[in-house]
Design a protein around this ligand. Structure first.
Ligand code: NIG
Ligand code: FE
Length: 421
C-alpha cells in the first residue's frame, strides 16, 4: 500500500529478528518486544520496536493507525510445502482409511494420487482456479502470507503446464505470494504403468519435454520428486533432480515418508533447498541433515490425517543442528488443511517442539526453505510488511488452542488481506 501505516498496541511483537536460518538454541529466539509497534510504508517495514519509541517518529504521527489492543503480532506464516491446485477432495478414501486401509493399499487400487490426477485432468481451468482461490482465502484467514505450491496432479505436458500456469496467474489475482515447484515426478501416471520401460519413458517425458517448457515459461523455481516405495527410486530421483538443476530448478524432495530410501542424504548431497516429511529417517540421516543447509521440513498434518503413530523425530533433528521448518502439506490425500496454527499445535503435542521452536519453524525457517529469507519470515526494517495478528495475549496460546481460529488480522505487503470482523 502507499502511505504509512502504524500498527501499535501489541502485547507481544515477535520479530524473529536476525537473518538466516535457525538451528539448535536459536530456534527458541523469537526476538520479543513487549508493548511493541511497527511502522510500515509502501508495503515495507520502516521501523520496529517499543511502542513508545515508534509512536514518537514524525512519520508515525502522520500515519494511518491500527491499534491491535493487546493482541500478539508475528510474521505471516510461510507455508513452504503445499499441493495447492487440485480438483476435489478424496473424502471417499477417508472412510477406507478409517476402516484400516493404508495409504499404499489405496494407491495400489488406483486411488491416491492417481485418483486426484484423473479428477484434475477432467477439470476446467476455471474450476481449478475457483477452488484454489477459496483455499488461498483460507490460508490468509489462518495467518499465512506466502505459500509454496507444487504441480503433480497433472502428470502430462498439458495438465502440468495448466497447474503451473495457474500458480502464476493466481499470483497476480490475489495477495498471497506463491512460490512454484514442478513435481512432475509425483508418481508414474496410469498410461505408463505395466508397460516395458514405462517408468523410464515417463522420466524422459519429464526431462526432455516438460522441463524445457517449464523453464521457457518461467513457470517454476524448484523441482521436487516423491522418492518412495510406489513412486520414484533413489536413482531415478537423483537423475530427475540433476536434470532440474541443469535447467536452473533448485531441488527439494519428498523424503523418507512411507519407507526409508536414502532420499534425505541425497537431498544433502545435491544441496537441496529442503527435504520434506522425514518420518522414517535413521541416525546417519539425522546427522547428515544436522550438518547441512538443507532444511528438514516436517509435515505432521499427514500423520495426523492418516492416523499414523510415527511422527518425524523433531527433537533428534533439532539436537543434531538441523534447520527445521514446519508446513501444512495442504493436499487432498494426506493433509487437507490450510491451517498453520493447527500444524503448530501438532508440532507441540506430537513432535514435542516448544511453541518458540514451532513459531520459528513456521516463519523464518520456512522462508529460508524457499530461499526468501532476505525479504520475508521476520519483522525487521527493510523486509516486506507480511504479518499476522492473533487474538491472544501470549504467543504460547497460538499452538495451545486448536480447532478454533484466533487469527484476527493478516497483512500482506502492508495491505489487510484478512480481518475477522
Ligand atoms: O506430500 N507424498 C506425496 N505427496 C503428497 C500426497 C499426495 C496425495 O496423496 O495426493 C504428500 O503427502
Ligand atoms: Fe507433499
Amino acid at each position: 500500500m502507499s502511505g504509512s501505516l502504524l500498527i501499535t498496541g501489541a502485547s507481544q511483537l515477535l520479530t524473529l529478528r536476525g537473518r538466516g536460518a535457525r538451528r539448535g538454541d536459536s530456534l527458541s529466539e523469537l526476538g520479543i518486544v513487549n508493548e511493541g509497534a511497527l511502522l510500515l510504508r509502501d508495503g515495507v517495514i520502516i521501523a520496529v520496536g517499543a511502542r513508545a519509541k515508534v509512536e514518537r517518529l514524525p512519520e508515525a504521527k502522520r500515519a494511518e493507525k491500527i491499534d491491535v489492543d493487546g493482541r500478539v503480532v508475528l510474521p505471516g506464516f510461510v507455508d513452504s510445502h503445499t499441493h495447492l491446485v487440485h480438483a476435489a477432495s478424496r473424502a471417499e478414501e477417508y472412510e477406507l482409511k478409517i476402516a484400516g486401509a493404508s495409504y499404499e493399499e489405496i494407491a495400489r487400487k488406483g486411488g491416491g494420487i492417481l485418483n486426484s490426477v484423473q479428477k484434475l485432468r477432467a477439470a476446467t481451468e476455471e474450476a481449478l482456479r475457483v477452488r484454489a482461490l477459496g483455499a488461498l482465502a483460507q490460508f490468509a484467514a489462518y495467518g499465512t502470507t506466502t505459500i509454496e505450491a507444487k504441480s503433480g496432479y497433472g502428470l502430462n505436458l498439458a495438465s502440468e503446464l495448466k497447474i503451473l500456469g495457474l500458480h502464476r496467474s493466481l499470483a497476480t489475482r490475489q495477495p498471497i505470494e506463491i512460490v512454484s515447484t514442478f513435481l512432475g515426478a509425483h508418481v508414474v501416471p496410469a498410461e505408463y504403468r505395466g508397460k516395458a520401460d514405462g517408468t523410464e519413458r515417463y522420466i524422459r517425458l519429464l526431462v526432455d519435454r516438460i522441463m524445457p517448457e517449464v523453464v521457457a515459461g518461467r513457470l517454476a523455481e524448484f523441482c521436487d520428486v516423491f522418492c518412495d516405495r510406489g513412486a520414484f527410486s533413489l536413482t531415478q530421483s537423483r537423475g530427475i533432480l540433476q536434470a532440474g538443476v541443469k535447467y536452473g530448478l533448485a531441488p527439494r524432495i519428498h523424503a523418507e515418508q512411507l519407507s526409508r530410501t536414502g532420499a534425505a542424504q541425497l537431498a544433502v548431497k545435491l544441496g537441496a533447498a529442503s527435504c520434506d516429511h522425514l518420518e522414517q529417517v535413521n541416525s546417519p540421516d539425522i546427522r547428515a541433515l544436522g550438518k547441512s543447509n538443507t532444511v528438514a521440513t516436517l509435515l505432521p498434518g499427514c500423520d495426523f490425517h492418516l492416523g499414523l503413530k510415527k511422527y518425524a523425530p523433531a527433537r533428534a533433528l533439532i539436537e543434531a543442528g538441523a534447520i527445521v521448518a514446519l508446513a501444512t502439506d495442504y493436499n487432498p490425500g494426506t493433509s487437507p488443511t490450510p491451517s498453520m496454527p493447527m500444524i503448530l499445535s501438532l508440532a507441540c503435542t506430537q513432535l514435542r517442539m516448544t511453541p518458540e521452536e514451532a513459531i520459528t519453524a513456521a516463519t523464518i525457517n520456512g522462508a529460508y526453505a524457499l530461499r526468501l529469507e532476505a525479504t520475508i519470515g521476520s519483522l525487521e526494517a527493510g523486509k516486506q510488511a507480511d504479518l499476522a495478528v492473533f487474538d491472544v495475549a501470549d504467543y504460547r496460546e497460538i499452538p495451545y488452542y486448536f480447532g478454533v481460529n484466533n487469527c484476527s488480522i493478516t497483512l500482506k505487503r502492508g495491505q489487510i488481506i484478512y480481518a475477522s470482523e
